[in-house]
Design a protein. Structure first.
Length: 115
């Protein structure tokens, strides 16, 4: 059983910064990918960023240069530092853990960018 718990969402003004975190617990194979996806109202869930257990990262074009994903593998924790936030970044952000073809999801944390 794998459990993901996100934290750190909230309301921020345009241009501001926010960091969300996700801690995974349970039976976790050492080789895995962790990442963040988001879903805005009326839209499909989309990839934001991922990081492998080897530290390779991947970003959506819309967040490159503004967001940074990182992880502490020993703690099975992944972070997403979001800078220069825009109203279009408003969404529910979901943590994802991908292990050998199986996806696990957190409950989501709301990020709202508004003045």
């Amino acid at each position: 059983q794998v459990h993901l718990v996100e934290s750190g969402g909230g309301l921020v003004q345009p241009g501001g910064s926010l960091r969300v975190s996700c801690a995974a617990s349970g039976s976790i194979f050492a080789v895995n990918n962790m990442g963040w996806y988001r879903q805005a109202p009326g839209k499909e869930r989309e990839l934001v960023a991922t990081v492998t257990s080897f530290g390779q990262t991947n970003y959506a074009d819309s967040v490159k240069g503004r967001f940074t994903i990182s992880r502490e593998s020993a703690k099975n924790t992944v972070y997403l530092q979001m800078n220069s936030l825009k109203p279009e970044d408003t969404a529910v952000y979901y943590c994802n853990l991908h292990i050998i073809g199986i996806d696990y999801w957190g409950q989501g944390t709301q990020v709202t960018v508004s003045s």
